[in-house]
Design a binder for this molecule. Structure first.
Ligand code: GRF
Length: 201
């Protein structure tokens, strides 16, 4: 069984969806570790409640990013982590970190990449007036919201859509798509060829 670490900075609803998928037997992984760079992250409480090892790594204690990441790597190695799942982790990982875990870090983004990268994907798409938006799960490379795409799902923006309704609909898709992408990875069904990710049936 693969050992998974989930990195979070905030609410952790995606973490919760992953926990739920594991409990329901839809996802056969060992949720070994939750790491947060934010002491107040509700994600840490969710991890604790689910009895998952959870660690706050304080960026303020490590003025150098390399030292902050070295601390995280210690924990990852202790738990023999196979896959790092970024779920609302509001920090860009260094090139060295990404290289070390090449093709073993995935991220979820609440828009259809390459559109609306960055921290406010849902609002940016909504304000732009798009008719279609969605969710992307992708491998992480050294550029933000950029690596090869694993799964995408689109939704049509309704005439009476509000930012709040759109957020709710996007999150619902996320909570389905992320466990599915993790399952595909853990079952060895993803084959990366340059920018393309083939899903092996
Ligand atoms: C999600 O919308 C995800 O796409 C983005 O950050 C948000 C995290 O939400 N990267 P949560 O902490 O999982 O509730």
């Amino acid at each position: 069984m693969k050992n998974i670490a989930v990195f979070c900075s905030g609410k952790g609803t995606n973490l919760q969806a992953i926990i739920r998928a594991v409990k329901k037997g839809k996802l056969n992984v060992n949720l070994a570790l939750v790491i947060s760079d934010n002491k107040e992250a509700y994600a840490l409480k969710r991890a604790k409640k689910a009895k998952i090892k959870n660690i706050f790594v304080d960026p303020k204690q490590f003025p150098l990013k390399a030292d902050f990441e070295a601390k995280i790597i210690e924990y990852l190695e202790q738990e023999k982590i196979d896959l790092i799942v970024l779920a609302g982790f509001m920090r860009i990982l260094s090139r060295d970190f990404v290289t070390r875990f090449k093709n073993r870090i995935i991220n979820i983004h609440p828009a259809l990449l390459p559109s609306f990268k960055g921290a406010h994907g849902i609002k940016d798409a909504f304000d732009y007036g798009v008719k279609v938006t969605g969710v992307t799960v992708h491998f992480v490379d050294e550029l933000m919201d950029h690596g090869p795409i694993i799964l995408q799902e689109a939704l049509r923006v309704r005439e009476d859509e509000t930012l709040e309704s759109l957020e709710a609909r996007i999150h619902k898709i996320e909570h389905k798509l992320y466990p599915e992408a993790i399952r595909l990875f853990c079952e060895g069904k993803l084959k990366i060829e340059a920018r393309k990710v083939k899903i092996i049936a």
